[in-house]
Design a protein around this ligand. Sequence first.
Ligand code: 8YV
Length: 313
Amino acid sequence: MDKPGLLVVGVLPDWDLEALAQRFTLHLLYEAPDRASFLAQHGPSIRAIATKGELGADTAMMDTCPQAKIIACYGVGVDAIDLAAARARGVAVTNTPGVLTEEVADMAFALLLATARAIPEGDAYVRTGTWPQQGPMRLTTRVWGKRLGIVGLGRIGQAIARRAEGFGMAIAYSGRTRKDVPFTFHPSPAALAPHVDILVVSAAGGAATMGLVDRAAIEALPHGTIFVNVSRGTVVDEAALIAALQSGRIAAAGLDVFLNEPAIDPVFATFPNVVLSPHQASGTVETRKDMGALMRANLEAHFDGRPLPTPVG
Ligand code: 8YV
């Protein structure tokens, strides 16, 4: 029997491709020199789409793959998938929640520590070989005991808060609703901002959170705030973030996500006080294996007629 066609939108590790190839005929969109003609050629035989958080699936893709009745996302964020279009076409959407929560929270803390303690700067300084002549490096900023604000206290935000408790931090958060947690709630990022030393953004992306951390919120941050974003570039007013980096309102930033990834605003690379990460928060071998396994479990369940393990919506 012919294997169903699977459109693979973005690069996946070989272990996932090998496992997927046992059950599906793979069509690797990311290898196609001409995306439109590739979709026109293979679209009619595609029965499922495997995509990634940052790549998603738009209506044009769904239209060229009319037999695809499932979009399985390798990632928790489905903001780049047109969910309304999928629903209208009766296309199921799945994601990979849970398995990457702790990994992304680790990255938030790694960026927080790297920025506050200027770890890349110290590393570069030692490498210059001029430490003996130049003497001690500049002093950095304390993390433990500081006031941490978390924008979006979902699964990932709560995992960040658990880590912050270990650092003796005073934790406050903003979100759509107050949660049953022992942290201080503020109804918006702008209301939260004046009360933090460090702000971490971990809200889900999508239309509902577009520009959530707006200019008013950024301008309400105390001078010298440390800023971390592990959610989506769209959640933050990037022009306001850049202005705050220039003015020193934001003293340092650790950024895993940006607008227009991977062709991000080149100004970020000019800031010595910004630690840049190429959307890598879930990017460990262990977590990516778990994400791949969960994505495959969703695809297999769909074709076996079993309930989907992690449907969206
Ligand atoms: C990406 C992510 O999916 O889970 C998400 O929403 O953004 C990431 O885990 C990952 O980079 C795979 O491309």
